[in-house]
Ligand binder design. Structure first.
Ligand code: BGC
Length: 250
C-alpha cells in the first residue's frame, strides 16, 4: 500500500509516495525550497507543487515543526508565527483539491520521525520507554511506551543552564557558535541526563541531519544509562512517518 508523505522543514519541503510495507520511499522524493518568510499560504503552495509533481490523489500525511492538535498548529518556535492557530489540515486539503481528493493528516515532525523509527528503524520491537530526539534547527522529541506515541512532548524546550535547551544544544547552536564536537557533546550529554532523569528511557534514538555524523559525537557522550543509538532512517524518517500517520498507523 502507498500513501503520500510530506516533510515541512525550515529550509526545504520534501515528499514522495511511501511504500508502507517496506517503510521506504516508493519513488525518488521531490524537494522544493521553503519560501521565506515561511507563511502558511506560501508553504501550502509549495506542498501543492511537491504533491502535484507525482500527480498524486489519495491520503497525504504532513509533518510540521510545532505542536499539532486536531490538525491545527499550536506553536511555531522556528517558523513564521502566523502558523499559530492555523488549521493546517483544512488549508492543505483545500489547496490539494479538497478533502475527498486528498485527505490530509498532520503531525509534529519529531513524532513522525519517531513513528517511522519505531516501526522500521532503531526502535523496532522495543516495548519499553523509547525517546527519539532530533537535533537540527531546534530539538524535537517523540516519546513512546509500549510502542505507543505520546504526541507533542516538546522536550527541546526543557530548561538547560537557564536557557531554552534547543538554543544551546541543537545542531544549529553548534554551527552558530562554531563549537567543537567535544564542546557540543558536553551540552548534549547534560541535556540527555536531564531527559533521562525525567523519563528513564531504555533507549535514546538520535535523529535529525546530524545523526549522519553520529560517530563524531555519540562516542563522546558518557554517563547515560540508556542505550544511545543513531536513527536508521535518517533523511526520510519524517516522510515515512507522515505517510504512516495518514494510514492510521501512528
Ligand atoms: C519545535 C518542535 C519541533 C522541533 C524540531 C522545536 O522548536 O517546538 O515542535 O519538533 O523544533 O523541528
Amino acid at each position: 500500500m502507498q500513501i503520500f508523505g510530506v516533510d515541512i522543514g525550515g529550509s526545504g519541503i520534501k515528499g514522495a509516495p511511501v511504500d508502507l510495507d517496506r517503510g521506504d520511499l516508493a519513488q525518488e522524493r521531490h524537494k522544493v525550497l521553503t519560501p521565506q518568510p515561511a507563511t502558511p499560504e506560501g508553504v501550502a503552495d509549495r506542498v501543492r507543487e511537491v504533491v502535484g509533481h507525482f500527480d498524486w490523489t489519495g491520503p497525504v500525511g504532513v509533518t510540521f515543526p510545532g505542536v499539532i492538535t486536531n490538525g491545527t498548529a499550536r506553536t511555531a518556535a522556528n517558523v513564521d508565527k502566523s502558523w499559530i492557530g492555523t488549521d493546517i489540515r483544512s488549508l492543505l486539503a483545500d489547496r490539494l483539491g479538497g478533502p475527498s481528493q486528498c485527505p490530509v493528516t498532520v503531525l509534529n515532525d519529531a513524532d513522525a520521525a519517531g513513528v517511522a523509527e519505531m516501526h522500521f528503524g532503531a526502535g523496532r520491537d522495543r516495548t519499553g520507554t523509547v525517546i527519539l530526539l532530533t537535533f537540527g534547527t531546534g530539538i524535537g522529541s517523540a516519546v513512546f511506551t509500549g510502542g505507543r506515541l505520546v504526541p507533542n512532548t516538546e522536550l527541546g524546550h526543557l530548561e538547560l543552564n537557564g536557557h531554552d535547551a534547543e538554543k544551546k544544544a541543537s545542531s544549529k547552536a553548534r554551527e552558530d557558535e562554531d563549537l567543537s564536537w567535544e564542546h557540543w557533546a558536553r551540552r548534549v550529554q547534560k541535556y540527555l541526563a536531564h531527559v533521562e532523569m525525567l523519563f528513564s528511557p531504555e533507549l535514546f534514538i538520535i535523529g535529525g541531519g546530524v545523526s549522519r555524523k553520529a560517530h563524531k559525537f555519540l562516542p563522546l557522550i558518557e554517563g547515560i544509562r540508556a542505550e544511545l543509538v543513531p536513527a536508521e532512517l535518517q533523511n526520510n524518517a519524517g516522510i515515512v512517518g507522515a505517510a504512516m500517520a495518514a494510514a492510521g498507523r501512528a
